[in-house]
Design a binder for this molecule. Structure first.
Ligand code: JN2
Length: 823
């Protein structure tokens, strides 16, 4: 087979221009510009961008309506994805590609004197998430729509998304992200679906009309939940699913009372209190801060979403819930929305008159819980006192669930009081807490981890008692990412090349990429593959130059680590290696160091001292390296500020080497690792999370594996001795020496001591010193491999070819078949 000539990147999806579509887009854009946006003259790119978005939205409204109408016939079971985060990024290209409008939009804009790419980049990212968990939710929504599955997302419409990060004097500086400021053409307010969420007050006994003793929640402070719907278009299949995001608003009664008392200012302050709930996304990825406002967000989402689903049900079925579980499944994205378990019980019992047992059967027949981390600091526990104050009726219900559950434990293990204490939903102590993960397990029929190793560690460790009780509940669903955004959209050059060889069907059937294996040894194809990579590297180099002022040379290997900054992800290990290379070159071993550009990006939680210090270290080391002429032919380092979804779309296609270097057993899955693999990067990684499955898929000769494995980490932890490691490793000793002597902190004496201490601490949980030598050796293997361009390119092709498993379409098919039972 010969390889077709492929033109350079055009961003086109090879669709022919449809004159109807193009004319319709054009006239709708002009209409919206005047009538919706009120632009009388001097239209700017951002105005055109919004007009285009509105015109594209018009185009999908009919499919959206049809999809919605089908949902409420209750002919099939539906899924609901409850998540505090949906890290969507931009919507424009996703919609345009899905509707097959790329060429028509290009033509329409050309006639209006506008460039599609420019308008596309005007859109602000919807940064409604922190990292992995939030982006996964967005990929899942895309896959559900692509597979035409009746799944709706429920989340929060944060006024302020993930903070904007800039770098000042090498340090992270946070600014609020007021992403809705200029309006959001991708949302539609559905005011008539507003519902009321209760807070505070107390729960009291009363006797109902039938003479039964019941409980009710009274004297509450109510908050309105107003839904905003975002379309989730399926890829060229006529499906448009819905992501419903809730905004908090004050009730009228709320401020009327104070208003009548004459205290106008207080009334307005109360209004602010209500609206605070959806004001801001908490930016502490994978660690809990225990703030009451966060608990209010969680309950607000759980309650509004369940009320919404139930009210839809009641239109058709009244208070007959006998078939409810047959038609609904709720997937809880980590423990953040797990109050849904208690809230569904409350709604069914208090508001719809069901008996406990009936309500419990429905709850445990519809709830499913996904765990996304083993890190102890991320395990949610809420003080009983706080829950009792904010949500008194829910605390009642949680106590009742616990009493019945502990009776089951006692029945299974008579007399095992210690086990009951361990498994209780309530952690006793000075300040008793509710263990949210346990509530999730007890209240669900399914509990899953997000990669094979992670799911296994859950059943062996954290949840072992529950696994012993209910082994059938536990399962694995290895994560995936959407190939529409993470290959077809972000890498148009590679998309065209792949299309020309194996056809276009791979976009929705990623396993077909395996056919690329046939081209892995084809010299002409390899050359085209390298050309595309080179183009992508130039595009990233321009971004790095623009944002960091650092010159990246596209002939160097692009070595990239982008993800949240966290000790367990070991950006510090990466920097230690860069310092080692710098040391090697400056002491005269330059010949042995292959030219390399290292890019690191990511946000630190604003209160995470060591993560922020790591950013400072990266920037200081970069400043020294990039201004030292002795190393400029071999080494560059840059820290990319404000890493987000849109930045990742430029970064992934340009990577040669993907850094996935977490301490084994700590990264639940990782999903950036999958995006890089799909785009033909080779991975340098530990035996952790989904890295293991990537390694299995592509084979050891195309992956740079290093470091202790999870069981070895556990064994070595006790005798971990960084000082003797340093004594026996001259390279590491020199790196530590350079840090100690202030080489990277000239006028900031001692600032990096806490980082040095963390590496030298025998109780270092991340075992950085233990993996240093193995990491440096793996980096050497990678550098050597890169010297042979043909072999490297072959490995690159094979990485893409074998990445089919990591499509979120595969993951979602598994959820739909094994958990939701909707296919
Ligand atoms: C998470 C897990 C994750 C969290 C985030 C407080 C906590 C939180 C809690 C978020 C907040 C906001 C628990 O680290 C894993 C990755 O390995 C995995 O690939 C992804 C997707 O499964 O989930 C990450 N966990 F305020 O993001």
């Amino acid at each position: 087979m010969t390889v077709d000539a492929v033109s350079s990147t055009t961003g086109s999806d090879n669709q022919r221009v449809n004159n109807n579509d193009s004319n319709e887009l054009s006239s709708n854009m002009q209409h919206h510009l005047l009538y919706t946006l009120g632009c009388f003259d001097h239209q700017k790119a951002k105005d055109w961008s919004q007009a285009l978005a509105l015109a594209v939205r018009d185009h999908l409204m009919h499919d959206w309506q049809q999809t919605r109408l089908k949902e409420t016939t209750y002919e099939t079971k539906r899924g609901f994805y409850l998540s505090l985060e949906f890290l969507l990024g931009r919507s424009m290209n996703n919609a345009v590609m899905s509707m097959g409008l790329r060429s028509s939009a290009g033509r329409a804009l050309q006639e209006l004197g506008q460039a599609y790419e420019e308008l596309e980049s005007e859109e602000r990212d919807a940064g409604l998430g922190n990292g992995g968990l939030g982006r996964l939710a967005a990929c899942f929504m895309d896959s559900c729509a692509a597979l035409a599955l009746p799944v709706r997302g429920y989340g929060i419409r944060y006024e302020y998304g993930m903070f904007h990060q800039s770098i000042r004097e090498g340090r992270q500086f946070e600014q609020p992200d007021h992403w809705l400021m200029a309006g959001n053409p991708w949302e539609i307010e559905q005011a008539d679906r507003t519902c009321t969420v209760k807070f505070y007050g107390r729960s009291e006994f009363y006797v109902n009309d039938a003479g039964a003793s019941c409980k009710r929640w009274v004297d509450t402070h109510d908050v309105l939940a107003v839904p905003y719907d975002m379309p989730i278009p399926g890829y060229k299949n006529g499906v448009v699913n819905t992501l419903r995001l809730w905004k908090a608003a004050a009730t009228h009664e709320f401020n009327l009372q104070d208003f009548n008392d004459g205290d106008y200012a207080d009334a307005v302050a109360q209004k602010n209190l209500a609206e605070q709930i959806t004001m801001v996304l908490y930016p502490n990825d994978a660690s809990e801060n225990g703030k009451e406002l966060r608990l209010r967000q969680q309950y607000f989402l759980a309650s509004a979403s369940l009320q919404d689903v139930i009210s839809e049900w009641c239109v058709k079925h009244g208070d007959d819930f006998s078939q409810f579980a047959k038609f609904h499944c709720f997937q809880l994205n980590d423990t953040h929305p797990t109050l849904a378990v208690a809230e569904l019980m409350r709604l069914l019992i208090d508001e719809h008159g069901l008996e406990w047992d009936e309500a419990w059967e429905i709850t445990t027949g519809t709830m499913a819980y996904t765990n996304h981390t083993l890190l102890p600091e991320a395990l949610e526990r809420w003080p009983v006192r706080l829950l009792g104050e904010l949500l008194p009726r829910l605390l009642d219900i949680i106590y009742e669930i616990n009493a019945r559950f502990l009776a089951e434990v006692a029945h299974r293990w008579p007399g095992d009081v210690e086990r009951q204490r361990r498994m209780s939903l309530i952690e006793e102590g000075q300040e008793p807490h509710v263990r949210m993960a346990y509530l999730g397990i007890v209240g669900s029929f399914s509990v899953n981890g997000v990669a094979a190793l992670h799911s296994e560690l859950l059943t062996r460790g954290l949840f072992r008692d529950f696994f012993a009780l209910w082994p059938e509940k536990f399962n694995n669903k290895t994560n995936g990412v959407t190939p529409r955004r993470w290959l077809a959209h972000c890498n148009p050059g590679l998309k065209q090349l792949i299309d020309s060889c194996i056809g276009k069907e791979w976009v929705c059937e990623l396993d077909r990429l395996e056919h690329l294996k046939n081209y892995a040894d084809d010299a002409a194809f390899q050359q085209q593959w390298m050309d595309v990579k080179q183009d992508n590297k130039r595009r990233l180099a321009a971004l790095v130059k623009d944002k960091c002022g650092v010159d990246f040379d596209e002939h160097f290997i692009f070595d990239i680590q982008v993800k949240r900054i966290h000790e367990y992800k070991r950006q510090l290990l990466n920097v230690l290696h860069v310092i080692h290379l710098y040391d090697k070159i400056t002491r005269g071993d330059a010949e042995q160091v292959a030219p390399r550009c290292v890019l690191i990006g990511g946000k630190a939680a604003p209160g995470y001292f060591l993560a922020k210090l790591t950013i400072k270290l990266i920037n200081n080391v970069a400043a020294v390296i990039n201004s030292d002429e002795r190393v400029s032919e071999r080494l560059r380092l840059a820290f990319l500020p404000n890493y987000n979804v849109s930045a990742m779309e430029i970064i992934t296609p340009a990577a040669d080497l993907s850094e996935q270097i977490s301490t084994a057993g700590k990264e639940a899955s990782g999903t950036g690792n999958m995006k890089f693999m799909m785009n033909g990067a080779l991975t340098i990684g530990t035996y952790d999370g989904a890295n293991i499955e990537i390694l299995d898929a592509v084979g050891e000769e195309h992956f740079f594996l290093f470091g202790l494995k999870e069981d070895q980490i556990v064994k070595h932890r006790m005798q971990h001795s960084p000082s003797s490691i340093v004594e026996n490793d001259l390279d590491l000793a020199r790196v530590i020496g350079l840090l100690q002597c202030g080489h990277f902190s000239m006028f900031e004496e001692g600032i990096f001591q806490p980082l040095i201490d963390s590496v030298l601490n025998p109780h270092d949980p991340w075992m950085t010193a233990a993996d240093f030598r193995s990491y440096v050796d793996a980096q050497q293997r990678a550098a050597d491999a890169y010297e042979n361009k043909k072999l490297w390119t072959r490995s690159s092709i094979l990485n893409t070819a074998m990445s089919g498993k990591f499509s979120s379409d595969r993951t979602i098919r598994e959820y739909a078949q094994d958990i939701w039972k909707i296919v």
